[in-house]
Design a protein around this ligand. Structure first.
Ligand code: ADP
Ligand code: MG
Ligand code: MG
Length: 919
């Protein structure tokens, strides 16, 4: 339980602040919880010492020194030198060696370590303390001159690079040290570093130093203390290097945190064939399986094992070679998992058969492994379900749901040069199929059993049937909130958008690439990776997600699907933890079925206009628009009524008593008519009206700002018969389904309301239709009439609107457009630099709710609406409903539900649970 914070300052050690914390050799000043002060590496080294593991003794210079350093013009606290001297003396005493001693030298590593692991920080320097005199001592004490010079060679190289800055000067230049090393190997006629003899290594030390002198104009420091302070300074200095600053910015790491420096006695994996260096994970980081997983390279030091130049041994082989060290590692694995209650990543070294621990931290993993580890750790009683929820991020869960490319096949494709280009990763997953360039082809090809990728410059509502039929969608234009991305996500399609390099020629049906020779034709195979935005020529095999196979495709039984079983168990915990309800945006019965399979508790947005693009519906819709008189319009609408009714009945049946929010007609009417003459002539012929009438109507419907034009409730107010028809279709369907014994809960939603009178006029039409239908059919059911809150005036007058509305659903796509005064379709040119370069918005406001602006309006509307009508139902149906940060915001302001595309439903459920748990 939370206790009031004790306002007692930590006692200050005599002589001022404590800047240094020792570990190993019997000391354990720190612990795992002290990451802020000691950095991750330092805190965990102290913790391992505390747990009694063999940790080479060392000390951590705290992050407070870094803060001090930058606050005082890059100077250290005056006491630091003395303190470092004392700490070194303790290591010397523990090991019986002295730093700089030509007879029996102590060597150390200098390692940086911030709170969060941070690439871009200074690299570690090993074997520090060597010079031409101490190397002689190392030879004497080890009896192994080759080892001594190998260590010396490594030290000069690392120090020369990291501290003295001898690096390649251009992209084309090779690392000068590596060039010299290669040259030496060639001269000696050997292949591997390990084949170089003592003499060659000794020569290299001299050559490296000469290289430094020549290129950097400084002599390599021989004094070990100068070396040490040079390295410490380089660590603190690296906190402000460009790479580190960029990384901090990207990952929201405050500059004030600072880094710690770890100085630690060396242990030597390069001391011969009974020594080595290794890394291990306490569980398999790729699958999450509870097996000990690791690799070890004999006669090697530091990062050699990661560099992959020689083949390492497996842990099983270590068991053969050195059962004692192996058994100790196994024991350590168990203790670490119990202490940290998580999968850990460890670094170790074996020096002459003895094991030493050098690092531990929580291990990186992918989504599949994350869920497995979390579930199994709950079963093992290491963690509680709430903790499992906190550990599985929405991104991890998303990975679990998506098909993936077979990793080996993808590697082959890259090796074969089949990676074409990279766009934006708009819809995660992996898709491979044949190129088609239009929606109709997508549909016909798919019907005859082809798997297709729909390639468009960009997509529009007319492409929906093709998008549905395609396995994946690839566009040359548009951002992650473009039509293709939006609709693709709702359908759960793999989607890559905004591939600028693609030149698409619809007429010739070819696809060219700006910088390459490739010309891809209709029917050629492409593969798109929606996780990364990569586009490949040719096929790449995919592996579908088990969860989707079980729930949606129903091609797999749960018993045969362990990943699915874990998903199901995990989602049960999720549902127990959340307060927000989760609905789906779905327009058709099959989408509703998917939504239910993914755990949706209702439909939050059914867009009726999407139905009009279905088979046989576009014609009566066009007749409605082209009607010359109200009578003609009524006649056309009468044809639409049964079609819509059938759609709604299908949805009600599938949703089986769960609430279904249906929005009345919303888009500007011109979207239903073709804009080019050929199309208009076809429509005229099909509907037997003069071509002139079609052309004039299209011209009359032309608007300068359709987004702010004749759309939303404005349509239904001017043509109430449209709303009336839709309301009738909804309620007749409800009556029919109700009479068949299935419960219904229709919620009719009026879009784009800014004034209560707009809603009142439409609500009257809807309620009248409801009463008439119930009377005619002799059946009663509950229904609600509410509104979207999607323009600022609607939000500001929410109290008045709540007099009429029984629910609000925040349409945050339009609310963002109208609040920011930014048209989403026209934002491409500036929104990306707005976010990335100028940081005007923290995130794309169409992806994640702009809390300060749009969010403030939502909060205000929520408060004013509820003040007027206590039981006002509140939800969100914009794309933001599937964005975890936005879901959190909806939780915070007390909405009742969020609604998102069916495939995002599990993500939204998890985000809602994490918000409730404060994760
Ligand atoms: P990173 O932050 O990149 O992991 P580390 O500080 O862990 O850098 O060091 C890089 C490599 O050097 C690791 O393999 C580590 O185990 C090894 N190493 C660091 N300190 C020592 C030491 N005192 N003795 C032996 N190896 C060490
Ligand atoms: Mg490391
Ligand atoms: Mg809208």
């Amino acid at each position: 339980m939370a206790r009031p914070q004790a306002r007692v300052a930590r006692p200050m050690p005599r002589g001022g602040r404590r800047y240094i914390y020792a570990f190993g050799g019997g000391r354990k000043d720190g612990r795992a919880e002290m990451k802020d002060l000691l950095g991750g590496k330092g805190a965990n080294l102290a913790e391992m010492a505390r747990l009694g593991f063999p940790v080479p003794p060392g000390f951590t210079i705290s992050t407070e020194v870094c803060t001090y350093y930058y606050a005082h013009g890059r100077r250290y606290p005056p006491v630091l030198r003395a303190r470092v001297g004392e700490a070194l003396a303790r290591i010397e005493k523990a090991l019986g060696r002295r730093f700089g001693d030509p007879d029996n030298p102590l060597l150390v590593s200098v390692r940086s370590g911030a709170r969060a692991s941070m690439p871009g920080m200074m690299d570690t320097i090993l074997n520090l303390g060597l010079n031409d005199r101490t190397v002689a001592g190392l030879i004497r004490t080890s009896g192994n001159p080759r080892f001594a010079y190998d260590s010396y060679r490594r030290f000069v190289q690392m120090y020369g690079d990291v501290v003295l800055g001898l690096k390649p000067e251009s992209k084309d230049e090779e690392d000068p040290f590596e060039v010299a090393l290669e040259e030496k190997k060639r001269a000696r006629g050997v292949k591997s570093d390990t084949d170089l003899d003592t003499e060659a290594l000794r020569e290299l030390v001299g050559e490296f130093k000469a290289l430094v002198k020549m290129r950097k104009g400084v002599a390599f420091p021989e004094d070990p203390h100068e070396q040490l302070w040079g390295a410490i300074g380089a660590v603190f200095g690296s906190w402000m290097n460009e790479r580190a600053i960029v990384y901090r910015k990207l990952n929201a790491i405050p500059e004030s945190w600072g880094t710690a420096v770890n100085v630690q006695a060396m242990v030597f994996g390069n001391r011969g064939e009974d020594s080595g260096t290794g890394v291990a994970f306490t569980r398999d980081p790729a699958t999450g399986e509870n097996v000990f997983y690791g690799e070890l390279l004999m006669n090697a030091q530091g990062e050699d094992v990661v560099a992959g130049t020689r083949t390492p041994l497996s842990l099983a082989e270590l068991k053969q070679k050195n059962p004692g060290a192996y058994a100790e590692l196994v024991k350590i694995r168990g203790i670490l998992e119990r202490r940290y209650r998580d999968m850990m990543d460890i670094e170790f070294t074996i020096e002459q058969r003895k094991l030493w621990m050098l690092q531990c931290r929580v291990g990186q993993r992918n989504g599949i492994a994350a869920v497995r580890i979390a579930c199994e750790m709950v079963a093992e009683k290491l963690i509680k379900p709430d903790e499992a929820i906190k550990r599985v991020t929405p991104e991890y869960l998303n990975q679990l749901l998506r098909p993936i490319f077979d990793p080996a096949e993808k590697k082959t494709a890259i090796r074969e040069g089949r990676l074409l280009t990279k766009g934006l990763n708009a819809g995660p997953g992996a898709a491979t199929g044949r190129i088609v360039f239009n929606a109709d082809d997508a549909e016909t090809w798919a019907k005859r059993g082809e798997t297709v990728i729909l390639v468009r410059i960009e997509t529009s509502p007319e492409d929906i049937h093709g998008m549905q039929a395609a396995e994946g969608i690839l566009t040359a234009r548009g951002g992650t909130t473009s039509h293709a991305a939006l609709v693709g996500r709702q359908m759960g399609k793999v989607c890559v958008v905004g591939c600028d390099a693609l030149q698409i020629d619809y007429r010739e049906r070819v696809l060219r690439l700006a910088e390459r020779q490739d010309v891809l034709k209709e029917g050629d195979d492409v593969s798109i990776d929606g996780f990364t935005g990569e586009v490949f020529v040719g096929k790449i095999e995919t592996i579908p997600s088990e969860v989707v196979q079980v729930l949606v495709e129903k091609t797999l039984e749960p018993v045969d699907a362990p990943t699915y079983q874990r998903y199901a168990r995990f989602m049960k915990w999720v549902d127990g933890a959340r307060r927000l309800r989760v609905r789906a945006n779905a327009d058709q019965p099959d989408q509703c079925a998917n939504a239910l399979a993914f755990g949706a508790e209702g439909v939050g947005l059914c867009r009726t206009e999407h139905m009009f693009f279905g088979e046989g519906k576009i014609e009566p819709m066009r007749e409605t628009i082209l009607a010359a008189t109200p009578e003609e319009r009524r006649a056309a609408l009468a044809k639409l009524l049964p079609l819509q009714r059938a759609d709604f009945a299908g949805i009600f049946r599938v949703m089986n008593g769960r609430p279904v929010t249906i929005r009345t007609l919303d888009p500007p009417l011109h979207e239903f008519l073709p804009h080019e003459e050929a199309g208009q002539r076809e429509v005229a012929a099909a509907l037997r009206v003069p071509f002139e009438r079609v052309r004039e109507r299209v011209a009359a419907l032309h608007e300068f700002n359709p987004m702010l034009g004749f759309r939303g409730c404005r349509l239904g107010i001017i043509y109430p018969e449209i709303t009336e028809m839709q309301a009738r279709a909804i309620f007749e369907a409800a009556a029919e389904v109700r009479q068949a014994g299935v419960a219904v809960e229709p919620e009719v939603m009026i879009p784009l309301v800014g004034h209560v009178k707009e809603l009142a006029l439409q609500a009257e039409v809807v309620r009248r239709a409801a009463e008439e239908v119930m009377r005619e059919k002799g059946v009663r059911f509950r229904y609600l009439v509410g509104t979207m809150i999607e323009i600022p005036r609607g939000a500001l007058t929410a109290d008045e609107i709540a007099n009429v509305a029984e629910f609000f659903s925040f349409g945050t796509n339009d609310l963002t457009q109208t609040t920011l005064g930014v048209s989403r379709d026209d934002a491409g040119r500036f929104l990306v630099p707005y976010v990335e370069r100028f940081e005007i918005y923290e995130k794309d406001p169409f992806e994640s709710i702009d809390r300060a602006g749009v969010g403030a309006l939502m909060r205000l509307a929520t408060e004013r609406g509820r003040a007027r009508r206590a039981r006002l139902k509140l939800g969100i149906c914009g794309e933001h409903g599937g964005d975890p940060a936005s879901v959190r915001f909806c939780h915070e302001i007390g909405l009742d539900y969020v609604s998102c595309s069916p495939f995002r439903v599990p993500i939204a459920r998890l985000a809602a649970a994490r918000a409730a748990l404060g994760a």
